[in-house]
Ligand binder design. Structure first.
Ligand code: PAF
Length: 282
């Protein structure tokens, strides 16, 4: 695997691959890679010839007081894992390469409505930062397809809507959530958890599974179910953020007749903010 730091070198390298008839797959990441990210690489390899992973801790998607300074940066280990997973190129730009005119002068991509709810309400500006950097990566790499984890369900919807609205010729694919043996969704932010918190953390997925089972058994008192789950999480040691039963198509509050639902959850545990979700097809 070759590591490339500049847009110019990446572009000329990929132009040659494209001219040779290769399909290009993109796996955007912020590094500190775990098995979940490597699943994205494997999924990309199933429908592309050349896999480009990117590692860029995007300042535009972090709010004031968030964890950009302490976000784990593990480039050497990440490189080994990507090589092992069969990735062909790693693009690892610095801030000046990605935002040459400064962040304040950056054109921004705003995906309305869906960017302002759930994680977007807890983290104002987050999805504008994600949509902007992903749009830039699509422009730089010009991939045929790109893979994003379904753990960030809302992020995937934001990216799908941006891609459709801007007619970007990229096949956006979601990859199933990778979990540890206790059901905890793999995340770089799990590294912030102490051993005791790691024991508590699977309660988030448990609350999602229990709420799903209640809905499948016929419960439609969604607000009560949401509040019970929040209380169970608080009793386990979490601080609440949100636990929302919504419709898959627009992520708005579920109504009793809806059949395609997803429960989106975020909660704070120690220094970590964890997210998870579960889909329900009735
Ligand atoms: O999911 C992530 O790691 C990031 O939000 C992404 C998609 C790489 C954009 O910075």
């Amino acid at each position: 695997m070759k590591t490339i730091h500049t847009i110019a070198e990446l572009r000329s390298t990929l132009a040659a691959e494209r001219a040779a008839g290769k399909r290009i797959g993109l796996v955007p990441t912020m590094g500190n890679l775990h098995t979940g990210h490597l699943t994205l690489v494997h999924q990309a390899a199933a429908s592309a010839d050349i896999i480009v992973a990117t590692i860029f801790v995007n300042p535009l998607q972090f709010g004031a007081g968030e964890d950009i300074e302490r976000y784990p940066r593990t480039l050497a280990e990440d490189r080994d894992k990507l090589t092992e997973a069969g990735c062909h190129y790693l693009f690892a730009p610095d801030d000046a390469e990605m935002y040459p005119n400064g962040r304040d002068n950056q054109t921004e991509v705003i995906v309305p409505k869906i960017s302002t709810i759930h994680c977007g309400a807890s983290r104002p500006g987050h999805f504008e930062g994600v949509a902007t950097v992903v749009c830039k990566l699509f422009g730089i790499v010009q991939p045929d397809m790109a893979v994003f984890g379904e753990k960030d369900f809302q992020q995937l919807q934001v990216i799908r809507q941006m891609t459709a609205d801007l007619f970007l010729p990229v096949d956006v694919q979601g990859a199933a959530i990778a979990r540890n043996e206790h059901g905890l969704a793999l995340s770089s932010r799990n590294g912030y958890l102490s051993d005791a918190e790691l024991d508590i953390a699977p309660a988030l997925n448990r609350a999602l599974r229990e709420t799903k089972a209640a809905i499948e058994a016929g419960r439609r008192d969604f607000s009560t179910l949401e509040e019970s789950a929040q209380q169970a999480l608080e009793a386990a040691g979490f601080k609440r953020d949100f636990f929302n039963i919504v419709r898959q198509q627009d992520l708005l509050a579920a109504q009793p007749d809806d059949t395609l639902l997803v429960i989106l959850a975020a909660a704070h545990l120690g220094r970590a903010r964890l997210i998870d979700n579960i889909v329900i097809e009735l």
